[in-house]
Design a binder for this molecule. Structure first.
Ligand SMILES: Nc1ncnc2c1ncn2[C@@H]1O[C@H](COP(=O)(O)OP(=O)(O)OP(=O)(O)O)[C@@H](O)[C@H]1O
Ligand SMILES: [Mg+2]
Length: 241
């Protein structure tokens, strides 16, 4: 199982210092949530890890390799996978065809056989319980269903670490539960970094919670430790004092 290590990572946008000396390690089967107030730098951090942004100092190691200068695609090849945005789904193709495209791009040592690809496609859909949507064109799906397809595309790429930034954002309330249930049902041995504002989900799902405030790690630990921390309660939950 691969390990992600951030060492004193900083991100500056001109004079704006958005990520401040962030260090943490994520390894085997960890389900980590990143929480923090709006503007704390959570999305920026995920963008830095996925390769959409290049940090201005510090190091990002994945499985011991410095991946800090690699592109999004190169990091995905190594198993560092972020969910596709809905706009990346191929409209005009069915759900199954979309999943097949992801299966063809997943990292693997040897050229896969047709059977291997078929197996990956069906596993990708059944894990997200979207097999019944296989032959529907993605344009005809609801937003929540599209989000499930994106998750299935990410899983089909055989990620070693999955990054999810607010998976239920932009989804109508009537469907957000379905999406969060799908996140909850992700394989428990798959390391995931999740940004989510639904604290019920965060505290029941995560094995570890990293609290960001003002771009820096305020607290990092198991859910019990985080829930009990006065500083966290004051800054994040607006309680205490
Ligand atoms: N490309 C950019 N250029 C300049 N400033 C940026 C850029 N991207 C983000 N920022 C700034 O960095 C800070 C952190 O933003 P970020 O989106 O990472 O926060 P967040 O924790 O994800 O917030 P939210 O909970 O609202 O999603 C904000 O002040 C934002 O304005
Ligand atoms: Mg954000």
């Amino acid at each position: 199982m691969k390990r992600l290590q951030l060492q004193a990572v900083n991100m500056r946008f001109g004079p704006l210092h958005v990520t401040r000396d962030v260090s943490f390690d994520i390894s085997t089967g960890e389900r980590a949530a990143i929480i923090g107030p709006n503007g704390a730098g959570k999305t920026t951090l995920v963008n830095i890890i996925a390769g959409e942004l290049h940090h201005t100092s510090g190091q990002i190691l994945f499985d011991g390799e410095d991946v800090g200068t690699l592109s999004v695609a190169q990091r995905a090849q190594r198993g560092l996978v972020r969910t596709f945005q809905i706009s990346r789904l191929f409209t005009g193709l069915t759900v199954e065809e979309n999943v097949r495209v992801a299966a063809l791009h997943r990292k693997q040592e040897n050229k896969p056989s047709r059977d291997d690809i078929d197996t990956a496609v069906h596993a990708g859909m059944s894990k997200l319980q979207i097999s019944h949507l296989a032959h529907k064109e993605v344009d005809s799906l609801s937003l929540g269903e599209k989000r499930l397809v994106e998750l299935s595309l990410a899983l089909t790429q055989s990620p070693s670490l999955l990054l999810l930034d607010e998976p239920a954002a932009g989804i109508p309330r009537s469907e957000s539960r379905m999406v969060l249930d799908a996140v909850n049902a992700l394989p428990s041995d798959l390391p995931v970094i999740l940004i989510e504002h639904d604290m019920d989900l965060v505290f029941s799902w995560a094995k570890r919670i990293i609290v960001l405030a003002g771009g820096a790690v305020l607290k990092d630990g198991d859910p019990q430790l985080i829930a009990a921390d006065e500083h966290v309660q004051r800054i994040y939950f607006g309680r205490g004092e």
